[in-house]
Design a protein around this ligand. Structure first.
Ligand SMILES: C[S@@+](CC[C@H](N)C(=O)[O-])C[C@H]1O[C@@H](n2cnc3c(N)ncnc32)[C@H](O)[C@@H]1O
Length: 277
């Protein structure tokens, strides 16, 4: 570790600080992220997480032909491109101009029609009410914001009645364990109930990265409070023969604990439901 490397810790991080530092982080990391994970993701494939489960296999979004679809936290819009190829009209959005630039470069280099890209924060979508049939994200936005309930409210707002939200994120149980791909990553060290954010902080006390934890119950409660009905909670299993790790996601851990949670929810009507607790 060099003296300028940030230090990982658990400490509070406000909504503004979280969004500001994560925007800078993803801008800075955009090229490196694509270099490291681009081949695994594919330029026009919707992969829900490091287990490699694709929408092609899981079919969580429902029928796509002729639908209006919004991707939030879409990064370089790989998932959006796959959805477009199924006959949907797709807008892919992301907070980071660096990630969107990577998406632009993919279209240019491949000679593909440019994706419709919007730069915005998933907590405040600059889009009209009831303008999409489907909103989705693979690991975008939700782990990287303090106010995930706002992301769900905004997603519900832009969905038409009968619409569907699907998002994947780090499985909440992962917060109990160190983010290590090896055996150390299987020793429970933290309380599942401790929602203190994970922050990487530089020597000057400024954060450079932040992630926020929600339990499964929190996630369900926030979806319900946004006026959506949970249809499924998918915990993709690590497939036999898949030996490629992704940071702390590895075959060793993936065979024992879930790494990804995919939440599927429908908008049945416009009235928010009261959470039970
Ligand atoms: C792990 S990447 C996932 C990107 C893409 N969905 C994929 O599967 O490669 C997380 C993405 O969330 C985006 N993001 C983080 N905070 C966000 C926010 N508040 N609003 C919108 N996007 C955000 C990042 O810029 C980044 O592109």
């Amino acid at each position: 570790m060099s003296p300028v490397d940030p230090i990982a810790m658990r400490r509070s991080a406000s909504a503004d600080e979280t969004t500001r530092v994560n925007r800078a982080w993803w801008d800075h990391e955009a090229e490196g992220y694509y270099r490291e994970h681009g081949a695994f993701l594919g330029d026009d494939t919707l992969v829900w997480g490091p287990e490699g489960c694709s929408e092609d296999l899981l079919g969580l979004l429902g029928p796509l032909a002729g639908r209006d679809v919004l991707e939030i936290g879409g990064g370089a819009a790989q998932g959006g491109r796959w959805v477009r190829a199924q006959g949907a009209r797709v807008v892919s959005s992301d907070l980071s101009s660096g990630m969107l630039r990577t998406g632009r470069a993919i279209d240019r280099d491949r000679g593909w029609a440019p994706m419709a890209l919007v730069q915005c924060d998933g907590q405040v979508l600059p889009l009209a009410d009831a303008s999409f049939d489907i909103v989705f994200t693979a690991y975008g936005v939700l782990p990287f914001v303090a106010d995930s309930a706002a992301v769900l409210r905004e997603s519900a707002r832009v969905l038409r009645p009968g619409g569907r939200l699907v998002f994947s994120c780090t499985h909440p149980i992962r917060w109990v364990f160190p983010d290590e791909p090896g055996a150390d990553g299987l020793i429970a060290r933290f309380s599942y109930f401790d929602r203190t954010p994970y922050v990487e902080q530089r020597a000057d006390g400024q954060a450079s990265y932040a992630e926020h934890h929600r339990t499964i119950g929190d996630r369900v409660r926030e979806v319900v409070a946004a006026g959506l009905r949970v249809i499924d909670l998918v915990e993709p299993q690590w497939p036999d023969g898949h030996e490629q790790p992704w940071g702390g996601w590895s075959p060793l851990r993936g065979r024992i604990i879930p790494g990804t949670l995919v939440v599927v929810a429908d908008k049945t009507d416009d009235r928010p439901t009261q959470p039970l607790i």
